[in-house]
Design a protein around this ligand. Structure first.
Ligand code: SF4
Length: 338
């Protein structure tokens, strides 16, 4: 690891000012991804701004019954918060499907949004990688690409976003609150992460000097019919090959509102709200769920090693929607789906 300067921010304003003063500075919260990346010399910040003392750990109840989750609230604190478990069980399930208990104790809400891809080549500075070194090429295209994207990829990068929590936040239509040199602004969750395009080095739409302060969830009617299904090579401490956050609002057996977000298949949590809207009024049954899966995966393209993800994702969507429609609650800590 290389030497770096260390400062501790006491206020959000101090953190923003420090970020603006040094374009190569990085924020340190839980450090569960950043420290690894520094050890691999993928990230080489000239300074580290420790934000752990900022007052951003609280989970507040909003007037409409929604929640405002502080950026420094740990993954564990959010997953086990009774308000999250009762009103947003999808979020709790997704968080508990990720990482290990130790990591969830350290990892933060804001950090989860900013974690970087687990593409093997990104972590290996001896190989070309446009995300790590723009213009150097993409080793995964034509290389080993079993874990890579089947939706929304570009000729520059086929990496996937690794988060479980973000897949649930995408389905729930969260809002990201940020503070920057121009003041505060809200970013719709669907606009926060980027597809790779010609600039895979940019994972998100944060501007220079901006810091995430909270994630907001509005009240919804999905609590009784939602599920998070994660498919991976082993049952614990592994990233998703395919994951599905499914949420349904059902009245008299018909779909009022349907949300399906996919993880492990694209550079960002994948959602298609226009396609979802086509299924309003349809019966919440197996035939509809199969049609949803076909519609959502219609544009999928494999890279060779990862071709299996396309039929796997179709089956996972149907299975997750079936589980959500059944209304049987999951037991998040068991990570099982019925
Ligand atoms: Fe780098 Fe993206 Fe290619 Fe992986 S897929 S090697 S992160 S450019």
């Amino acid at each position: 690891m290389r030497n770096f300067a260390y400062t501790r921010a006491q206020t959000v304003h101090e953190a923003v000012t420090a970020l603006m003063a040094d374009p190569r500075a990085q924020l340190l919260a839980g450090g569960t991804n950043l420290v690894d990346l520094m050890k691999y010399e993928v990230e080489k910040p000239s300074s580290i701004i420790d934000i752990n003392r900022l007052p951003l750990k609280n989970v507040e109840t909003l007037r409409d019954g929604g929640l405002r989750i502080g950026a420094l609230a740990s993954n564990a604190a959010v997953a086990y918060d009774p308000r999250v478990q009762s009103a947003f069980p999808l979020l709790s399930s997704a968080i508990l499907a990720g990482a290990s208990a130790q990591l969830r104790n350290a990892a933060t809400t804001g950090g989860n949004l900013l974690q970087r891809t687990r593409c093997y080549y990104f972590y290996d500075p001896s190989t070309p990688c446009n995300k790590r070194e723009p213009g150097s090429g993409c080793s995964a295209i034509g290389g080993v690409n079993r874990i890579h994207a089947v939706l929304g990829a570009s000729e520059a990068c086929i990496a996937v976003h690794p988060s479980d929590m973000c897949v649930a936040l995408s389905a729930l239509g969260a809002t990201v609150e940020v503070e920057g040199p121009q003041g505060g602004r809200d970013i719709a969750f669907s606009d926060f992460h980027r597809l790779p395009g010609d600039h895979p080095e940019r994972d998100n739409t944060l501007q220079q000097g901006e810091i995430i302060t909270a994630v907001r969830l509005e009240a919804n009617r999905f609590a009784g019919h939602s599920t998070y299904l994660k498919l991976r090579d082993r049952q614990s401490y592994a990233f998703a090959l395919v994951s599905v956050a499914a949420a349904l609002d059902i009245e008299d057996g018909s779909i009022v509102d349907l949300r399906v977000a996919l993880g492990g298949v694209a550079h960002k949590p994948w959602r298609d709200p226009l396609a979802e809207a086509e299924f309003a009024g349809r019966p919440a049954d197996e035939e509809t769920f199969r049609d949803v899966a076909e519609r959502l995966m219609a544009g999928a393209v494999g890279q060779g090693d990862n071709d299996f993800k396309i039929p796997l994702a179709r089956r996972a969507i149907v299975r997750a929607l079936r589980q959500a429609a059944s209304g049987r609650s999951q037991i998040p800590s068991v990570k099982a789906i019925q």
